[in-house]
Design a protein around this ligand. Sequence first.
Ligand code: GLP
Length: 268
Amino acid sequence: MEVIILKNAEKVAATGAKLVGELLRVRPAAVLGLATGSTQLALYQQLVERYRNNKISFRQVSSFNLDEYLGIAADNPQSYRAFMDREFFDQIDIDKQNTHLPYCEEGQNPILVGPAYEQKIIEAGGIDLQLVGIGANGHIGFNEPSSSLGSRTRVKTLTRQTFKDNSRLFSKTEFQPKLAITMGIATIMDARKILLLATGENKAGAVSKMVEGPVSAMCPASVLQMHQHVTVLLDETAASGLKNREYYDWTYLQNESLKKRFRVFHDD
Ligand code: GLP
């Protein structure tokens, strides 16, 4: 796990965008795994800016989002589809036909959505780079604590904490879903690379468990310790609970000088 601690949230988003840009330069038809949430929003804004400055193109890219609420229509502004369209897809040159979310149509059996989504990911050749955020309770996607580390895309019930954390985004009169369809932990682990972004003090506890705690289903993000190519971008506040901080900073300096010398994306 490569842990990179940056000054602030803006630097986290800019560095994330740079890494996505580096991947698209070598693989313009990459398959991206995407995520929602306010942390990713800053990254999408950086990517949109790069697109507007002709530094990056998504024309050949296809994408698979981590999760989608169950029980709200795709055109509901609260759906993750609407979030992705509004904040990212409608502002870049991606072909929207190639953008996917684990959406359950009205009347469709939600149990069937997961396996079909897994199949689509396989047909696309697998995910090259999966963007991930982290919940304050250590969830990734909507894989809440106690999720099987071997899980696949399926229906999940949100914990009360996640429901409460996300209630800030819903008005009192709006329906807030308690269920979602999420990629499983094993689905996320299948991605060739994973890029996790976390900012803000409320993530410090989850980040320290993820990086320095035991691998446990009670902190789903901790499973990333078992993945070969994970980069974690943190701001100072999200990193404030880490004990091994000095080593991460030291390693980052070594990796940067290696990159300069050999001009490679660090683990290619
Ligand atoms: C939601 C999403 C997660 C996301 C998390 C944190 O629960 N399902 O994918 O990582 O929120 O979001 P934020 O970045 O807004 O803190």
